[in-house]
Write a protein that binds this ligand. Sequence first.
Ligand code: SF4
Length: 119
Amino acid sequence: MCLQGFQGYGYSEDFVLNMVRINEMRKSADCTVTLTNEPDDICSACPNLKDNLCENKKQNEIIVEMDNEVLSHLNMNNEYNSIDLFNEVASIFNSSDSVENICNECKWAEKCLFYKKLI
Ligand code: SF4
């Protein structure tokens, strides 16, 4: 979801460069995605990732809750083709109600094209 809304903002230059790289990779027909609610390839470049936690324990709990809300609609045991996964995500989260528990507290919501197209 966040990748679909990404328009170049982020926590640091390295983070943004990594987001750009992953956002391009996920559009390739042979890209495979493994789902996780732990720090992933995007988080790996984030300056706020410390000891495998997002910023602090409380913030980490919020992020994991957001992840789990998304993951509850998908099969964690599957490896997804990236294009199929992004299409499925777009069909599940297709209204402001569907992202209410995920995006409402997000500090990037005002800059996120994915969120803005739903509200
Ligand atoms: S509003 Fe925030 S959590 Fe929701 S899709 Fe956009 S960046 Fe991700």
